[in-house]
Design a protein around this ligand. Sequence first.
Ligand code: EPZ
Length: 423
Amino acid sequence: MPKFVIQGGKTLKGRVAVGGAKNHALKLLAASILFDSPVELTNVPQIEDVFRMSELLEKLGAKVKKASNHTLTVDPRGIKKSELDREITKRFRASVVAIGPLLGRFGKAALAHPGGCVIGERPIDIFIEGLTALGATFKEKDETYFFEAKKLTGADFTFRVPSVTATETLMLAAVAADGKTVLRNAASEPEIPALAEFLNNAGAKIAGAGTATIEITGLGRDAKLMASAPFEVIPDRIEAGSLAILGALMASELTIEKCNPEHLGSLLEHLKTAGASVKTGPDWLRVKRTKKINPVNIKTREYPGFPTDLQAPFCILLTQANGRSEIFETIFDNRLEYLKDIERMGADITFCDPHRAIIAGPAALRGRVMESPDLRAGLAFIIAALVAEGESEIHNVYQIDRGYETIEDKLARLGAKIKRIRE
Ligand code: EPZ
């Protein structure tokens, strides 16, 4: 199993380009099930979750081909099956999104409970509520969920909680429903309007994606989406944001290219409050560290609030702030566990309850051997190791490779001492 070996304490400098967004690419791949033509996607990150989604589609009968380094073509016309491969589904949460288009087009979909990051309870009750509102029946047998619908019918549905993947799944199902669907209290993360744009380019009729109310005029079960041109995955805002946090900690100057700073408003305001110098252009941002980092309270929120996926990297910054910062993780139930490892590195952390912690800084971090618990906390461990004195080892690198393409090369080019060791 590979591991990262990192020597901390090096000042970073330079330019780094951000890859395509994992959480956009995965949904575009799932959406390809609705198409009647091959789909070409560009700026697709070469990461483990994309490989898993490609395998999932292939198991259904699609053909997935890597046309060049970051271009994938998917030909969904051979899809015959409607049950998702059990083992693959258990490896990443986004697999669940495929049930929307499968149900819409084939009248049935089945899956095991989707896996992914261990960050608290991740039920699928909202998916069940939404799909049954569109006319599907649901049953659970032998640890498998079965959805069926002779046809889906448009409905007016309000999310109890604005779930990102449930919004995407219902949007995809509604494209193949009869009549109009209105999704209220929908999630509005940037990957959602970018998914709608992909579908609309191919003939779907979706309005309001990116706001809390999405209206979909269904094309019916025989919806035939046709891709007219290659479609580009949007930049990964979580990769960009994590690099910006790293810049605020360690860089004399770090320019992050091929990103969209508009998607990072809340983070950038928090970084400025922390004292970092932040400049932005249309597709780049530049961050410089400050000598004295100010403490900042963070409360994670749905977009455009502070993203839960940046909570872990930001907490590493807060270990170096001069004073006390309060962390309030409101989205997931178990997303502060990784802080126990950061505490063992020397950080001063008070755990208040599963959602809240207080970080008192600045604390000198010491290198350690750690196990990456999930994808975003894994990158936070890398950042902590780069800040720490001495050497750290990070194991369970698969979790990091799920979402970041050769992150060690990007960081090494900025001056970081990081190596992937294959044991
Ligand atoms: C998406 O997860 C992202 N994953 C997550 O990124 C991200 O952290 C999260 O949105 C929040 O932004 C993908 O897009 C693949 P939710 P998702 O449903 O859709 C509760 C990463 O590292 N809920 O919006 O699974 C849920 O428990 C990952 O890339 C239900 O109660 O998150 C949570 O408290 C980690 N019932 C809240 O909703 C349901 O049926 C919001 O979660 C569904 C969700």
